[in-house]
Design a protein around this ligand. Structure first.
Ligand code: SF4
Length: 321
């Protein structure tokens, strides 16, 4: 249906223990069934365990962040003289340089190496932890790839965050795919047009700003404009979409059907959107109905809208939001 096509399987980095690899300090794992059973079918998952990659071994002594809040050290829990900060930083800088093709990353929460946020930092006495840190590898990954969709496995239990994250992964994949086929003004406009309602659901103002950016591409540096575009797009897509915003988009899309469907069908569609607004049905219900009517009333413009099919339906992410 979408004319901006995605090649199969975006590549997503994952803390290896979440995939069931027995790489934790005690030889165990933290297998996450949603990642291994659901996501693995639709994403190419790239396992990375920074602690084993720097040679800490399995099993190994536990490590933690300690010292200055802004510049904590990564040291042994039992033996704080075992300081692996520099080794981990060097490894991380090298490793993240090789990850330019990733479309996302799933990190293990609370880890002094992989944790995205709220990782404990202990004071120099090894007591009174504050939850203000990020794992060393995670911090460098996010600094070097600030637009990369990154989440922790714990946050993926939240249906809205999960849907948002997967959505961004597939947007990033389409963006990378467009670059690979060669950046042209026509392709950038096609990308923007196809993502219209998806972006509008997050921010109408951002959609308009992005549109102005692409309004005159003749004799312009497309690479520079593409960079500005993606730097506005990805943070915009990170914003939570409320039911009210989805309703606004659904009503806009319904407007394309008004001349084509009968009054009874219009009532049914409006009621479906209202039921979604009241929280009585999930988003998948009005979306499915809209797609049903667009199958009967062919509309090339709406057929390219990513909003109606942002990622593989089998993931069922809109069944719970
Ligand atoms: S949290 Fe990261 S460093 Fe720790 S075992 Fe998992 S992958 Fe390895």
């Amino acid at each position: 249906m979408n004319s901006v096509k995605s090649p199969p399987h975006p590549i997503v980095g994952v803390s290896a223990c979440l995939l069931g690899h027995q790489v934790r300090y005690d030889g165990g794992h933290k297998k996450n069934a949603f990642i291994t059973d659901s996501l693995s079918e639709h994403l190419e998952l790239l396992p990375i365990c920074p602690e084993t990659e720097i040679g800490l071994g399995i099993p190994r002594p536990t490590i933690r962040l300690m010292g200055d809040i802004e510049h904590p050290r990564l040291v042994g829990t039992v033996d704080p003289t075992m300081d692996v900060t520099d080794t981990m930083e060097c490894y991380s800088e090298r490793q993240v340089q090789k990850l330019g093709e990733l479309c996302g990353y799933i990190l293990k929460k609370d880890s002094p190496s992989c944790g995205m946020e709220r990782v404990k930092i202990y004071n120099v006495s090894g007591t009174h932890p504050t939850r203000r840190g990020s794992g060393v590898f995670a911090r460098i990954l996010m600094q070097r790839h600030p637009l990369l969709p990154v989440e922790e496995e714990g946050r993926l239990n939240d249906a809205v965050l999960r849907e948002n994250f997967i959505n961004r992964i597939f947007v990033m994949q389409r963006w990378r795919s467009m670059h690979q086929t060669g950046l042209t003004a026509a392709r950038m406009i096609e990308f923007h047009t196809a993502h219209k309602y998806l972006v509008m659901a997050h921010s109408q103002a951002a959609y308009q700003r992005l549109g102005r950016l692409l309004s005159d591409l003749s004799n312009r540096d497309l690479s520079a404009i593409a960079q500005v575009y993606i730097e506005e797009l990805m943070p915009t897509l990170k914003r939570r979409v409320t039911r009210r915003r989805h309703v606004n988009v659904l009503q806009h899309i319904m407007g394309y059907l008004k001349k084509h469907i009968e009054s009874g069908d219009k009532v049914e569609l409006s009621e479906s959107i209202e039921a979604y607004r009241r929280g009585e049905t999930p988003l998948v219900v009005p979306i499915t109905l809209l797609r049903h009517y667009f199958r009967r009333h062919h509309d090339p413009y709406m057929e390219q809208q990513i909003y109606l099919r942002p990622y593989p339906e089998k993931l069922g992410l809109r069944n719970t939001i």
